[in-house]
Design a protein around this ligand. Structure first.
Ligand SMILES: Cc1cc2nc3c(=O)[nH]c(=O)nc-3n(C[C@H](O)[C@H](O)[C@H](O)COP(=O)(O)OP(=O)(O)OC[C@H]3O[C@@H](n4cnc5c(N)ncnc54)[C@H](O)[C@@H]3O)c2cc1C
Length: 440
């Protein structure tokens, strides 16, 4: 039997791979199948952002005199409908996973001691174990952090009404995404980022994110020293002064869930140390997904699950962390994949008018397209695709970068029209520019 601890994207994909290959697989999930991605991460952000974009779009059309009103979301109904759909998706995932022959044990905490796995107190005989217990929001040690009115992505369903003034602590993608949602819903939102907001993000993407977050205040290099309030949050303290707030949202990063895992070598973030085949320090024990440390991304977790499963099946396979696409979901999908930017050539333009951006032409909020390439060979080294469908473009472009495509390969590219993908056009332009430069 192969035992898998945790049924998020990593563990679920690993379980399906192993069961499809004929292995007997037991998956232990203490909460809901689908993990953080479905219950408190990617899917809730999608759900809330869809509504925020609808409101944003209605506002744009109202300002042009095309529609006469902007809808106001009913927040409790939104959360309750969102919960129903999450449960529906969970039941589909459950059915799909079982259909491959995976046994699922719900409601028990999976534990590991060395190479011995347990479901609660019951020891399970296992020829191999996969640890995929994921991560949870990091709770910074700030006085007042336990007050009612302080939320994380996990406790969001407890928010009974929209706050008037919200402080978001953190400078990450998650901070930006929730700031967009709540500011678009009409809350007065302030982001307090201890260091640089959206650090390590392409400068054009960051500038666009700040533009799309015009409804929120962003303060960089502003640590929070205390959260104030008697029975619930009323203020947030920073070295520069106090801010009024009736809600605080913590978006200060994620920490791996390793509390029930003993005997495995762990790193500085508490993550399980793995090699590029997802093998841990203990023989026949593998770890994949967020529990193995950053990048905390569903597609990475899924892929790591497949890599772990294949290695258990005797198919040698390694993880490759180059060319991983990412996205920040605001008015648009601000998607990008940067392999290298230093010393490279680049071209960037505003996103084209098309489906989803036509009515944004007057405000100039059409997103952006960017291509980064090696100046001598034209080899693609990065792209930004910020606009409707930007995530799709970035995923496929990241794949082409992995396959060593150059801007010259786009000379034969024929697009679908109308579309808001400006990347192919920039690649063609970069190709002609490089050819002109190299011709005598
Ligand atoms: C707000 C937010 C937004 C995000 N948005 C995106 C996004 O847009 N795109 C993206 O790619 N990623 C996003 N992520 C990250 C993504 O959710 C994670 O990378 C992904 O869920 C990791 O999958 P996993 O299987 O490793 O872990 P998880 O999804 O955390 O799943 C782990 C599972 O293990 C279970 N478990 C934990 N401990 C035990 C135990 N001892 N015994 C049994 N079961 C256990 C948990 O209940 C859970 O179901 C977001 C995260 C957050 C918080």
């Amino acid at each position: 039997m192969i035992v898998i601890l945790g049924g998020g994207p990593a563990g679920r994909l690993a379980s399906i791979r192993l069961a499809s290959a004929g292995k007997q697989v037991t998956l232990i999930e203490r909460g809901g199948i689908g993990g953080q991605c479905l219950h408190s991460g990617c899917m809730p952000v999608c759900a809330l952002n869809d509504v925020a974009r609808l409101v944003h779009s209605a506002r744009e059309l109202r300002d042009l005199g095309i529609v006469d009103a902007v809808p106001a979301p009913d927040f409790p109904v939104l959360l309750s409908r969102m919960g129903e759909i999450q449960q529906k998706i969970a039941s589909i995932l459950d059915e799909e996973t079982r259909s491959f022959g995976v046994d699922i044990i719900y409601g028990k905490t999976g534990r590991l001691s060395g190479r011995v796995a347990y479901a609660g107190d019951e020891q399970l005989p296992a020829e191999a174990v996969i640890v995929s217990t994921g991560s949870r929001p990091f709770i910074p040690e700030i006085p007042g952090v336990g007050l009612p009115g302080v939320f994380t992505s996990r406790t969001l369903p407890d928010m009974k009404k929209l706050p008037a003034k919200m402080v978001i602590i953190g400078g990450s993608v998650v901070a930006a995404e929730f700031a967009y949602i709540f500011s678009t819903f009409g809350c007065d939102v302030t982001i307090l980022s201890r260091s640089t907001f959206l650090k390590d993000t392409d400068k054009h993407i960051k500038a666009l994110a700040i533009k799309e977050l015009a409804g929120a205040t962003i303060r960089e290099n502003t640590p929070v020293t205390a959260i104030g309030g008697k029975d619930r949050v009323t203020s947030v303290q920073t070295p520069e002064g106090q801010l009024e707030a009736d809600a605080v949202f913590l978006a200060a990063g994620l920490v791996p869930n390793t509390g029930s895992l003993e005997g495995l070598k762990k790193g500085l973030l508490g993550e399980i140390i793995v090699d590029n085949r997802m093998r841990t320090s203990v023989k026949d024990v593998y770890a994949c997904g967020d529990v193995a440390g950053p990048p905390y991304l569903t597609p990475v977790a899924r892929h790591q699950g497949i890599v772990a499963a294949d290695n258990i099946l005797g198919i040698p396979r390694t993880m490759d962390y180059k060319n991983i696409p990412r996205s920040i979901n605001l008015t648009h999908e601000l998607a990008y994949c940067i392999n290298k930017s230093e010393g490279m050539g680049s071209v960037a333009v505003p996103g084209p008018a098309g489906p989803g951006t036509f009515w944004s032409v007057p405000t100039g909020e059409t997103g952006l397209s960017k291509v980064i390439f090696e100046p001598e060979t034209g080899k693609l080294r990065g792209i930004c695709a910020a606009g409707p469908g930007g995530g799709l473009v970035a995923g496929y472009m990241a794949f082409l970068m992995k396959r060593h495509f150059s801007v010259h390969d786009f000379e034969e590219f024929i697009e679908v029209h109308p579309s808001t993908d400006g990347v192919y056009g920039l690649a063609k332009y970069a190709s002609s520019m490089l050819k002109k430069r190299s011709s005598p």
